[in-house]
Design a protein around this ligand. Structure first.
Ligand code: AHR
Length: 501
């Protein structure tokens, strides 16, 4: 096996920015088996008194998910939130036009807030700007956040929830630029309704933070113009603009597949530029941050989904089974988010359970971890603090769609309080070890606590129910001596090098 060399310098003064915990958010949509058969399965032996699966709660807690986007996704654009509150027996069954299934409404806002509490997460609540609008949105804020003494807050209390839910982060609709969306709009139409809805929602609760819809991905024909127009309308009323992206190795071209984190980098830089262009145009002091509230790999299940019977309850939709190579790209995508932690303040891995998810469940059976569980968990658990710029020198490659792709993808996180530094690194080389020399002199007295590695000889290796093939080990060889860190990063590997004083 050959070895290539890479060098880097990290310094506690090279700060990118404070990492907002919400960058490790995720997403539960009323889609497939995410809710029914995922987080909620009342007949399951592990179900708690509310029907929530305790084994799933346990795995979500392992991921330390700080924020969960809910209830959609495409689903939200046809959702009447009022269907999901009050006595369960009286809730209507509805056709969900987004996913062509039947929604029973057994789980709604209050139950989901209970579940979120159980996993120690905040909720990022989306309002319906497809079939609904200002009125339903402001009423939902009143129902959730107003203490008492008004129609909707008193109704919440009547439903058994004395205390307001105090939901801080809200999405103004979902992917409104996409023709697949119920109530798809032009940028001007959406910008106007989003601004007016934002005003009304904040008049109910001025403490909330709002996310306006950006493009559904960078290839949308309206991309860039959409963001600019939407922000022209909403700049003074929102805190965030959203980004969504999903990748897939459709052409069986691993080098090109792993290079797609460069596309994500470019997407982030572009949206920052557009937001700052509108800032300049408006001579505004305010900065709009980014909410990358859907990101992941999604392609494995596309064909299977075409064969599903319509109008069933909780069919197995979007159940991608992830490979080892997918976990590497997810690792690189996490690095892309952290590299712009100064502006990406919210991100949601889409999604969390069963639907393009790190956690899978068998109905009536066990819950298990997909390959992508590990990089996501490592980043969420060890990646809190300040993101640091790394001065990196790495060999590079060209692929079908990308040039100058560094084999070494890396970012570091410094936590001043706990006196720890974590280096996240992916080696994208398919045959060679990357020998890394890092100058860490500014971290005097720091030693390696652990060098975790996710590697596998089979790029298509997957985990399955009762079969775990892809799991990290901590036999990495990173060591620090005289302010210099040396580590061998195996071919195709995700690495977490943890230093502490
Ligand atoms: O996460 C799955 C779907 O992807 C979401 O419902 C939608 O917003 C996006 O297109």
């Amino acid at each position: 096996m050959r070895t290539m060399k890479a060098t880097m310098t990290i310094d506690k003064e090279f700060k990118i920015g404070e990492i907002d915990d919400r960058i490790y958010g995720s997403f539960i949509e009323h889609l497939g088996r995410a809710v029914y058969g995922g987080i909620y399965e009342p007949d399951h032996p592990e179900a708690d008194e509310q029907g929530f699966r305790k084994d799933v709660i346990e795995l979500v807690k392992q991921l330390k998910v700080p924020l969960v986007r809910y209830p959609g996704g495409n689903f939200v654009s046809g959702y009447n939130w009022e269907d999901g509150v009050g006595p369960v027996a009286e809730r209507p069954r509805r056709l969900d036009l987004a996913w062509r299934t039947t929604e029973t409404n057994e789980i709604g806002t209050n139950e989901f807030m209970d579940w979120a509490k159980k996993v120690n997460a905040e909720v990022n609540m989306a309002v319906n700007l497809g079939t609904r609008g200002i009125d339903a949105a402001r009423n939902l804020v009143e129902y959730c956040n107003h203490p008492s003494g008004s129609y909707w807050s008193d109704l919440r209390m009547k439903h058994g929830y004395k205390e307001p839910h105090k939901i801080k982060t809200w999405c103004l609709g979902n992917e409104m630029d996409g023709p697949w969306q119920i109530g798809h709009r032009t940028a001007d139409e959406y910008g106007r309704i989003a601004a007016e809805t934002a005003k009304a929602m904040k008049w109910v609760d001025p403490s909330i933070e709002l996310v306006a819809c950006g493009s559904s991905n960078r290839l949308m024909p309206t991309f860039a113009e959409w963001e600019a127009t939407v922000l022209e309308h909403t700049y003074d009323h929102v805190e965030f603009i959203s980004l969504h992206t999903y990748y897939g190795n459709r052409d069986e071209d691993l080098a090109n597949y792993l290079a797609q984190s460069l596309d994500m980098d470019q997407f982030i830089y572009s949206v920052i530029s557009i937001a700052d262009y509108i800032k300049a145009k408006k001579r505004s002091k305010k900065t709009i941050n980014l909410s990358f509230d859907e990101w992941n790999v999604w392609f494995h299940s596309n064909e299977a989904d075409k064969k599903l019977e319509p109008w069933t309850v909780a069919p197995p939709q979007l159940e991608d089974i992830y490979t080892f190579e997918d976990a590497l790209l997810v690792g690189s995508m996490l690095i892309s988010l952290l590299k712009r932690a100064d502006r990406v303040k919210i991100a949601c891995l889409a999604q969390l359970v069963n639907v393009i998810a790190p956690i899978m469940t068998e109905n009536g059976g066990e819950a298990w971890k997909q390959t992508i569980f590990y990089p996501y968990m490592h980043a969420s658990v060890y990646g809190r603090g300040v993101a640091l710029h790394a001065l990196v020198s790495s060999p590079k490659y060209d692929s079908k769609d990308f040039t100058d792709v560094p084999y070494l993808d890396t970012v570091s996180v410094y936590n001043e309080e706990s006196e720890t530094v974590t280096i996240f690194a992916v080696n994208k080389h398919q045959t060679d070890v990357l020998s890394l020399d890092a100058d860490v002199r500014s971290f005097e007295g720091y030693q390696v606590v652990e060098h975790l590695i996710l590697e596998n000889d089979e790029v298509k290796a997957t985990n399955q129910y009762n079969r775990t093939n892809v799991v990290p080990h901590n036999n990495g060889d990173a060591k620090v001596d005289g302010g210099k860190l040396e580590a061998n990063l195996p071919k195709l590997s995700w690495n977490v090098i943890r230093l502490a004083k």
